[in-house]
Ligand binder design. Structure first.
Ligand SMILES: Cc1cc2nc3c(=O)[nH]c(=O)nc-3n(C[C@H](O)[C@H](O)[C@H](O)COP(=O)(O)O)c2cc1C
Length: 262
């Protein structure tokens, strides 16, 4: 079977999910590319994906599940038996039930998962002095993702129609892992370094940052701890201090490799 378009849908505050989706799309080459970036909000209108589009949906893992904001925004997408590649990107600890959750959710929305993958991206909490999967996806990840794209293309070319394909099995359990209670916390600003350029306001996916009493203020009740503001601050004035960084650095520094379900 042939597809006329490749459509990339991603929620990606620190860009690793987006990079992974693009690397996979490279392997599906020669097709027109459509992009739905849901990092900063919902699409203006609900999106119904046509059956001849191949969609890649790439989202980060938060707490072993799909990031909740991504889940909310993905509800805007539906399809009528259109092929999809669910992709989760995690920070070298584990993706637990996230890939299954994403794959199941897309199936309910009318997609047919044809292949899926769990890839690694630099952990949101990674710091220079305590790196966790720093700089990933790297060249090897990129190459593997592109090869994955080529394999998906071949798989679809060999099938007459979607109904020829065996239902895709991915790793993960149902019922999904129960989410722990969320502790409201947010990055803070070093006033000596901050120039109030307001770039952090622009890159926050949930509009948690505003100027209060002439200072940048992140509302812990809204913040999703994605650390986009920390990683993107041009003055390195933002920090997110969590004991998880040291724990993750100590226990999850050994390189993990992507897992592919073809
Ligand atoms: C609140 C939160 C929870 C996270 N939970 C996990 C996790 O359970 N396992 C893991 O390996 N990485 C976890 N991460 C790391 C992200 O999955 C990882 O950094 C990912 O690459 C971010 O994707 P993005 O760059 O597209 O935003 C978490 C990050 C945040 C902010």
């Amino acid at each position: 079977m042939e597809y006329s378009h490749v459509h990339i849908v991603y929620f990606s505050p620190t860009h690793t999910s987006a990079k992974t989706a693009y690397a996979i799309a490279e392997g599906l080459d020669g097709e027109v590319l459509l992009e739905s970036d849901i990092t900063y909000g919902l699409p203006e209108e609900p999106v119904e994906i046509a059956g001849d589009e191949l969609t890649i949906v790439a989202v980060p893992v938060y707490g072993g599940r799909v990031a909740e904001t991504a889940m909310e925004r993905l509800r805007a997408f539906s399809a009528h038996q259109a092929p999809v590649v669910p992709v989760v990107v995690y920070g070298n600890r584990d993706y637990e039930d996230a890939l299954k959750e994403l794959s199941d959710t897309l199936t309910v929305a009318g997609f047919v998962p044809v292949s899926a993958g769990a890839f690694i991206g630099e952990h949101s909490f990674s710091r220079k002095d305590m790196p966790i999967a720093a700089e990933r996806p790297d060249e090897a990840d990129h190459e593997l993702a592109t090869r994955f794209g080529r394999e998906i293309r071949m798989k679809l070319q060999q099938a007459e129609s979607l109904s020829d394909l065996k239902p895709l099995e991915v790793k993960g359990n149902y019922p999904y892992k129960v989410k722990g209670p969320s502790t409201p916390q947010a990055p803070v600003t070093n006033e000596d370094l901050c120039t109030q350029c307001e770039y952090c306001i622009d890159v926050c996916p949930v509009s948690a940052i505003s100027i209060v009493d002439d200072r940048m203020f992140s509302d812990p009740a809204i913040c999703i701890k994605c650390c986009a503001c920390v990683k993107e601050c041009p003055e390195a004035a933002r920090t997110f201090d969590t004991p998880y960084t040291a724990m993750l650095h100590k226990n999850f520094s050994a390189r993990r490799e992507p897992e592919l379900f073809i």
